[in-house]
Design a protein around this ligand. Sequence first.
Ligand code: FUB
Length: 442
Amino acid sequence: MTAGLVAGAGTPAQAANPLVQRFAADPSILVANGRMYIYATDDQSNSGTYWDSNAWRLFSSTNLTSWTDHGAPLSVSTFRWATQYAWAPSAVLRNGTYYFYGPVDRTKIGVARSSSPTGGFSDARGNPLIERGRDANTGDEPIDPMAFVDDNGQAYLYFGGARAPRVVRLNSDMISTSGSIQTISITGGGGQFAEAGHMHKRNGTYYYSYSTGWPGQIAYATSSNPLGPFTYRGVILDSVNINTNHHSIAQYNGRWYIAYQRNLRSGGGNYKRSLAMEYLNYNSDGTIQRVAQTSTGVGGSTPTTPVNRLQSYNLTDRYVRHVDHDVRIDASVSPAQDAQWRLVPGLSNAANGYVSFESVNFPGYYLRHADYDFSLAQNDGSSTFNADATFRRVAGLADSAAVSFQSVNFTDRYIRHSNYVLRLDPVSTATDRADATFRITS
Ligand code: FUB
């Protein structure tokens, strides 16, 4: 195959992650009125040095591709007894009323209600539903509430941070608790609970999922009882590229989804997080398949960009491949996908002739240079990443029928191999030019 294939690369996948062009985190999905709503912590309005936003943001969609920003229907000031920190919320619909559970001050959980999902919420009690110091067994950090209504009408509030998973029954009014706060038991080894507890039910099994640390994976455990004990089953989602992991799982129009948070936008980071979403798939035995963190998410079309390999011009049995995130040229690559790339429009310059190399088996991961060395790295959305991962396609330096790739931010340097390792180097000798020339093959 010739270099012409690059120009002929198909329509780029419509990137669906991040879901919205606003910093937001801690998604809580509510499906109602034929829509998917996501209540979230509003990272856009925090200081950037802590999770100190005072607002909760709401987004909704019917197609999971285009999202409506409903603004901030609730804030810390919804609860006059609260002072700061609008953290990971939860919302649920029961008997026509929307109930919203919001952790504040790192020590309390308030409950508000409304007849509409998008506004009109008011404090349902005038005091906290859960409060450290007032209530027994809250743990040090009663945060991250998750309200769950079982098929028989019994409701539960899962909550807890700082490695203290908790659950308490809710009365049918949804604004008061019944019985004592219980510690959730997770047996069977595996990831320890850190925060972000979440409950969903499928085929009679209760799935309790949670973050395991800072950073942490989203692990899960199952039980036949919503109060547990739960048996550890495995990991749903690997650590993300920030130090908190927080998710929400729901079924919508017959498919299961997981919403979560990553650093996906320029200027993002630990306190400026972005919302993402993937399909959640089950095995026939009810276990959950590990979720890949993609750029296409659930709203994007299946990538139509052709899959290509980059064959070395002078060592023709070798192809550019990633291995343990390093990038080199190798023969007999296994698995074959490690040497397969989508040549997509350049991340920092999408004009014709500029390309980025996206991994086929790690979507969202690109060939990028740092200190002139190449690695397979996850796109963090930063302008530095985008430039480091973008190249101008030029006629092959050793053979104009082949192709070379010039860095966009170090224009005197080209992708080349040296001792089988991929580097970004200046090119002067005939050997350099051959090492910096490739053929694009299928
Ligand atoms: O947004 C503040 C905190 O970060 C949440 O409560 C945790 O779950 C973590 O995502």
